[in-house]
Design a protein around this ligand. Structure first.
Ligand SMILES: NC(=O)C1=CN([C@@H]2O[C@H](COP(=O)(O)OP(=O)(O)OC[C@H]3O[C@@H](n4cnc5c(N)ncnc54)[C@H](O)[C@@H]3O)[C@@H](O)[C@H]2O)C=CC1
Ligand SMILES: O=C(O)[C@@H]1CCC=N1
Length: 272
């Protein structure tokens, strides 16, 4: 079989991250297509990524072996219902939309559609993404391997046995990069308040985040132990951690992630 073609419907932030990651991993540009309503976005993507673009979602649906649905959840129903039928035989559809269930997608695309739900994240652009994947019953082992190949080209992926767990994955890793960016913003601002020039505070913050993540990913011990190793008795870190604990950082994080997961579940109901 020739290498499968991958069509992205919706060429915004997340699709661009995935396309960038796939190209960086050596997937030929000729295997990738993207469609969008925004002509300027398509022109930019065609110029930067060298992929084929179209303003007609139907063209991708007829031509591509894999369709990646990467529009906002709120327009997913209309986009799916407007796609032509039949589409390319044996086509796998991967949806990356938050909160849109396989049951809704099957209703809009046809009950015989093999569907994978995926929750990726934007570090895919740097080949550092992590995705949660769930396959509907109609997805073959070969199609599962294909979905995994696409997402593994931009990071790592983990299969979920229960579709409902996608809400938790969304709260942890889908939205997660934003939490770390928020912390980076706050640490940079605090560094400036302590007297550092902004560019210095920002570089110190970003490289500390990079170093800490790299250590945590490659360490034999868990983050709690790594934290203990930085925290000298009666030293500086101890004072910072005491302040975070007094302000209930763990509680704040838990409440924020619960809100994200609840929003994902609400979207499933609102947009079903
Ligand atoms: N941004 C993120 O970090 C993540 C986003 N997601 C999911 O990815 C999906 C896309 O999110 P973003 O890329 O952030 O949004 P975005 O707004 O950057 O991209 C969506 C694109 O869809 C296009 N579009 C709208 N209507 C269309 C139509 N009828 N036909 C073709 N294209 C159309 C828009 O012009 C836009 O370029 C969402 O469903 C979101 O839940 C999932 C994981 C992470
Ligand atoms: O905020 C959102 O709804 C999307 C899903 C996960 C990350 N961004």
């Amino acid at each position: 079989m020739t290498a499968p073609t991958i069509g992205f419907i919706g060429a915004g932030n997340m699709a661009s991250s995935l396309i960038g990651g796939l190209l960086q991993q050596g997937v030929e540009a000729s295997r990738i297509m993207a469609s969008d309503l925004n002509e300027q976005q398509l022109a930019d993507l065609a110029r930067q990524a060298g992929i084929r673009t179209s303003s007609d979602n139907g063209e991708l649906a007829r031509e591509c072996d894999v369709l990646v649905l990467a529009v906002k959840p709120q327009v997913m129903r209309a986009v799916c219902q407007a796609l032509p039928r039949p589409r390319k035989p044996g086509q796998l559809v991967i949806s990356i939309a938050a909160g849109i269930t396989c049951a809704s997608l099957a209703r809009w695309l046809g009950e015989d559609t093999p569907l994978v739900r995926c929750m990726p994240n934007t570090p895919a652009l740097r080949g550092r993404g992590v995705s949660g994947l769930y396959a509907s019953d109609l997805v073959s082992a070969q199609q599962k391997a294909l979905a995994e190949d696409i997402l593994n080209a931009v990071g790592i992926s983990l299969w979920l046995e229960q579709e409902d767990l996608i809400h938790a994955v969304t709260a942890v890793s889908g939205s997660g990069p934003a939490y770390f960016f928020y912390l980076m913003e706050a640490m940079t601002d605090a560094g400036v308040q302590l007297g550092l020039p902004r560019d210095v505070a920002e570089r110190l913050t970003l490289h500390t985040a990079l170093g800490a993540a790299d250590m945590a990913v490659h360490s034999d011990v868990d983050p709690a132990e790594l934290r203990r190793r930085v925290t000298s008795p009666n030293g500086t870190t101890e004072q910072a951690i005491k302040s975070f604990t007094k302000d209930d950082l763990p509680g704040m994080v838990a409440r924020a992630m619960e809100a994200a997961a609840e929003r994902s579940a609400d979207l499933s109901r609102e947009l079903a």
